[in-house]
Design a protein around this ligand. Structure first.
Ligand SMILES: O=C(O)CCC(=O)C(=O)O
Ligand SMILES: [Fe+2]
Length: 339
């Protein structure tokens, strides 16, 4: 399957924030109208004529002015990148975030980071998922700026169901086409080798509950982490868990226990938290603060050791929905579950 800009156009059920006419009225030009939404191999959308001529001109100019390109020269990820966020008009950024919120239905923060990406002949981007690690972006909009692109120029974006499989969907990098997706552990994609220079602008968006501010808080909470600081009361539980459970699981449970310890909770709560995070027991002590502390510690340990998982986050949010935030947990609570 190929997207050639003239493919079938499905009605946009997700405009959410407004109709096409309203979008005309808020900005000077419409943008990202009529996306084609897909769900295989993972949710994404493509837009044929993404931006107005003026907006394309702003994006193209980014490649003329910038000089501090960072060169990525890994075996699987070869391209040059440059942060051009400050060069994108604030009103343009605001419009794009509003549109991305409507299309992805994700609670995105206002801040956008925009990267100009250049690939030169011979360069290729191998298969990767971009899963959102702690503080990383949750969604991307990839805009192509290759005038007169031809199939033999390469640089086709390929989508995969698994890192070993064959491409399930391909997107040609034609001028003024955009590709948007939510990043997660299985959003596998890559770019085929290019034979002509390839110009792309990537807009990055953050989830309100996986911000760089949360990342700073969690990094500080787990700084200089040594399991030896955990109370002796945990020793028998941890030893027994370590003899039966995968290391990854006990590592995460130990990390959750450290969070509870550093937040000032007593030995009993730390043991309860460890057992909960190791999957040995469901935390239901009947004490609202203890249960909330255990759930938040478990979530922060997961974020720190793994990545931001939307399903898990929704489950945390549902569990703590009606619970009053307590002062000891306030900073973590506000960052993990912002209003
Ligand atoms: O350049 C592209 O088409 C996609 C690059 C990429 O891997 C990304 O933006 O996540
Ligand atoms: Fe990527």
């Amino acid at each position: 399957m190929r997207l050639d800009g003239s493919g079938c156009v499905l009605p946009d059920a997700d405009v959410g924030g407004g109709t096409a006419a309203e979008l005309h009225s808020v900005g000077a030009q419409p943008l990202l109208l009529q996306p084609n939404h897909h769900h295989i191999p993972f949710p994404f959308f493509c837009v044929g004529s993404a931006f107005s001529e003026d907006q394309c001109a702003v994006l193209e100019a980014l490649f003329l002015q910038t000089n501090d390109w960072q060169h990525r020269d890994g075996a699987f990820y070869r391209c040059s990148l440059c942060d051009v966020s400050v060069k994108i008009p604030v009103s343009f950024q605001a419009e794009i975030v509003a549109r991305m919120r409507a299309m992805t239905r994700l609670p995105l923060v206002d801040r956008v980071v925009v990267t100009a990406q250049r690939m030169l002949p011979g360069q290729v981007i191998g298969i990767h998922s971009d899963r959102p690690l702690l503080g990383y972006e949750i969604a991307r909009l990839v805009v192509q700026l290759n005038k007169e692109w031809q199939p033999d120029h390469g640089g086709v974006l390929e989508l995969f169901a698994s890192p070993e499989g064959k491409a399930v969907f391909t997107v040609d990098p034609e001028y003024n086409t955009a590709f948007g997706f939510a990043l997660h552990a299985e959003s596998y994609h890559g770019v085929t080798e290019v034979t002509q220079p390839r110009k792309t602008v990537v807009f990055n968006f953050w989830h309100v509950a996986n911000t760089p501010e949360l990342a700073a808080y969690v990094q500080a909470l787990f700084a200089d982490l040594h399991f030896s600081e955990l109370p002796a009361a945990l020793d028998p539980v941890a030893s027994s868990a370590e003899s039966t459970l995968p290391e990854e699981t006990t590592f995460r449970a130990g990390t959750a226990a450290i969070a509870l310890q550093r937040l000032g909770y007593d030995d009993a709560t730390i043991v309860t938290g460890y057992r909960h995070s190791a999957g040995l027991a469901v935390c239901d002590t009947g004490d609202a603060e203890t249960d909330a502390a255990v759930l938040l510690a478990d979530w922060m340990a997961y974020l720190y050791r793994d990545s931001f998982d939307l399903t898990r986050w929704n489950s945390l949010r549902n569990k703590l929905d009606r619970v009053e935030a307590v002062s000891r947990l306030m900073p973590a609570w506000q960052l993990c579950l912002p209003e």
